[in-house]
Design a protein around this ligand. Structure first.
Ligand code: HCA
Length: 443
């Protein structure tokens, strides 16, 4: 039906572009030109998953280049502890891509810093645990002693001209006044003395952060980011790294950007410790929605396939990349899709290299049967086909009967549908036949 007069919010939902994020009353610290995504798949991801071979690590790095080599993925973090880690970094440096820029990830010790220097990297993340939980319980030292140790390694790094990204580990359980700000003030002074920039990474280590400006520190992500901006840090000096323990990781990462952090530190598919990290592909979609830039999200299916060959199992319902992300089984949805794909799609799936899809079950109604036929019959055969066609009705009855008789509860495969439908549409007969599976059939 023609949509004259319909309010479709085209400025927000262009459909053929990622949904746009329009702001009213944005934080004074937010500037879309200053935001980027950063990657930690090969650090936090690998740590929470399994040790990778050099070849696997390199393929993941190349995938990041394909996806965000335009600079939308600014950096990628690497371990340096094993021979394999160092060989991977050597290969990555040899490849010479500008983005994602390879950087190290180390603990705050001089021996770890040496690994960065020997690898020839000019930037590294440095784990500087900042909450009293970590300082008193994990490290077993006083706050002053902990800061002193961190700062001595930072100073040494600056002497070598290395940019340090200090992870404020467990920042969402740390005192802003007693721990974070005093540390940052000392970093500012060191940086002025050596003329070398530093950055900080706000780590929501246990996923306790909250994305709302009304929430005070330590849990309020907007408050933490804005406090660092008030302390004089620029967007490019502030990274946010969240975990998904409480299911809020994407919201927290968005909040960090919107309140003045420049970098959003993610992993492919959100792979990472416990409930995982922030999914990089999702943040790239929002990055596109905030900046109008277009990372190559259509590469995602290839990347997911590659990760699956490495043993990653992607849940069917995973946003953007799961099998069901653009696939519906509900008759009402399929009916809507037949009338206009925009009714039940958040955006054109082609943006992320996918197609809208359906799965035929007993709940899909005649709409599912019709949509399946439209996808599998030659165009001339479906031109006049509609839900009232007696063949569609008969096929629908067969589908329902099959589910009722067998007690089956999984969708029909294309081969099974071909076999059923060829009774009424002989042109499908040449298609691969398969036996109709019973209730134990697994998709
Ligand atoms: C860890 C904890 C960490 C570190 C973050 C970072 C966190 O794995 O040691 O330095 O990138 O969330 O605090 O992932």
């Amino acid at each position: 039906m023609a949509a004259a007069g319909a309010e479709l919010f085209r400025d927000v939902f262009p459909f053929v572009e990622p949904p746009r994020i329009l702001l009213q009353g944005a934080s004074r610290w937010f500037n879309p030109d200053e935001i980027v995504v950063t990657d930690t798949t090969l650090r936090d991801g690998q740590q929470g998953w399994r040790p990778l071979s050099v070849e696997e690590g390199y393929r993941i790095y190349e995938a990041l280049v394909e996806l965000g080599g335009d600079g939308s993925i600014y950096s990628a973090e690497f371990f340096l502890y094993t021979g394999r880690d160092r060989e991977l970094v050597r290969r990555v440096l040899e490849a010479g891509h500008e983005y994602p820029k390879p950087i190290g990830w180390i603990r705050a010790t001089r021996s770890d810093l040496r690994l960065v220097i020997e690898a020839g990297l000019d930037e590294t993340t440095l784990l500087t645990s900042i909450s009293d939980y970590h300082i008193y319980y994990k490290l077993g030292v006083t706050r002053d002693r902990a800061l002193e140790k961190y700062l001595s390694v930072v100073e040494e790094a600056m002497r070598h001209g290395i940019v340090v990204r200090c992870t404020l580990e467990d920042a969402t359980r740390a005192s802003l006044e007693k721990n974070i700000i005093p540390f940052v003030e000392k970093l500012v002074r060191l940086s002025e003395r050596y003329g070398v920039e530093f950055r900080v990474k706000i780590a929501d280590t246990l996923g306790l952060g909250l994305p709302f400006p009304e929430v005070p520190p330590p849990r309020g992500v907007p408050a933490l980011v804005e406090a660092l901006r008030e302390a004089g840090l620029e967007a490019r000096q502030i990274e946010f790294h969240g975990h998904n323990d409480l299911g809020l990781v994407v919201a927290n990462h968005l909040a960090a950007w919107l309140h003045g952090a420049g970098m959003s530190n993610c992993t492919l598919l959100g792979i990472g410790e416990r409930a995982g990290n922030c999914p990089l592909e999702v943040m790239l979609l929002h990055y596109a929605g905030l900046t109008g830039k277009r990372p190559r999200l259509e590469k995602l299916p290839e990347i997911v396939e590659m990760l699956e060959t490495m043993g990653v199992r992607v849940p069917e319902w995973q946003p953007l990349v799961g099998r069901n992300a653009f696939r519906t089984k509900a008759g009402v949805h399929i009916d809507g899709l037949l009338k206009n794909p925009e009714v039940y799609l958040p955006f054109d799936p082609a943006i992320v290299g996918r197609e809208a899809d359906i799965a035929v079950t007993a709940y899909g109604g005649r709409a599912a049967v019709l949509m399946w036929l439209r996808r599998h019959l030659p165009p001339q055969a479906v031109m006049t086909l509609d839900k009232n066609d007696p063949r569609v009705e008969a096929l629908y009855r067969d589908v329902v009967e099959l589910f009722e008789k067998t007690g089956r509860h999984t969708p029909l495969s294309d081969e099974e549908m071909e076999e059923l439908a060829s009774r009424y549409f002989p042109e499908l007969r040449n298609a691969t036949a398969s036996s109709l599976a019973g209730p134990e059939h697994v998709e």
